[in-house]
Design a protein around this ligand. Structure first.
Ligand code: ADP
Ligand code: MG
Length: 271
């Protein structure tokens, strides 16, 4: 019979090696292993697998926090039924990442306010985080301001380089950025810097024809669009505002339930 190893010393060593999951699990596992006469390799393998799985989970949680994604805007809460022009199968394929992220391709979501652009963009972002990628969601105006500050202190190249850690940057509401020479040329620099290397997902109320108000001059607008469309998927969510639609559905439902609301006393089916 071998003497047992000192449990306190094991705890210290696991702590030193930063293996908290094994630290938490090993006493129970070891007891079971002794009782059921596991092979030593089975005990070691089981503990290591748990440590790795927990580590992956913690990494994904960190990526979720750094992404600034709204936790409620996921594929699970997105109703594809209201946007028949958007292929769910196509979105699901993009949501796995892989080849389009590898070639630094772009997704462009266009449509009027309330059509679900930000929600769909966020949903793709969440799915990519689940798949192990790193994503940043930002209003375009906000990141433009930050890059502008970086440029004033001659830190633009390093600020752009820092953004390289993200496989995807979601630039929400690009067309709200207003033409201002200094401001929007950093937006162009961001687009040019990531071109064919790291992906962007852009949402905008205005399709390309309205982007002349965003970039300082037409030449830069053309150059930006050229890079963005080169490897891109475009979805046009040309639907009525989801909120307005929900509100009017609710109103119709109320009218159906309360026919006496109708001043004529007749029951009319809402169309
Ligand atoms: P946009 O960015 O195009 O202005 P949003 O994505 O912000 O629109 O959508 C407005 C609101 O309606 C949000 O609360 C969003 O979650 C909801 N919404 C829009 N489209 C859908 C959809 N297809 N399924 C579920 N919720 C939706
Ligand atoms: Mg939006």
């Amino acid at each position: 019979m071998n003497a047992a190893y000192d449990a306190g010393r094991i705890a210290l060593m696991l702590n030193e090696l930063r293996l908290p999951t094994i630290g938490r699990l090993w006493p129970d596992f070891a007891e079971r292993s002794d009782k059921e006469s596991w092979q030593a390799s089975r005990l070691l393998g089981a503990l290591l697998e748990h440590e790795l799985a927990e580590r992956a989970k913690r990494r994904i949680e960190r990526h979720r926090t750094e992404s600034h994604l709204d936790p409620t805007k996921t594929l699970a809460t997105f109703d594809f039924g209201v946007v028949p022009m958007v292929s769910k199968a196509h979105v699901m394929a993009l949501a796995t990442g892989d080849s389009w992220l590898e070639k630094g391709a772009t997704i462009l979501l266009f449509g009027p306010p309330g059509g679900g652009k930000s929600h769909l963009g966020s949903a793709i972002g969440h799915a990519l985080i689940d798949a192990g990628y790193r994503v940043l969601f930002t209003r375009t105006g906000e990141i433009v301001q930050k890059l502008q500050v970086a440029r004033q202190s001659l830190q633009l190249p390093s600020a752009l380089a820092k953004l390289d850690r993200f496989d995807l940057i979601i630039l929400d509401d690009l067309s709200y950025v207003r033409k201002d020479q200094a401001e929007t040329s950093v937006l162009f620099e961001l687009i040019a810097e990531r071109y064919e290397r790291k992906s962007l997902l852009i949402t905008a109320n205005q399709p390309f024809s309205g982007w002349n108000d965003v970039f300082p001059d037409p030449g830069m607008t053309v150059a930006a669009i050229d890079r963005l469309v080169h490897h891109s998927t475009i979805f046009e969510l040309n639907v009525e505002s989801y909120r307005r639609r929900k509100a009017s559905d609710k109103q119709k439902e109320r009218r159906r339930q309360l026919p006496t609301d109708n001043p004529n006393g007749a029951t009319t089916m809402a169309s």
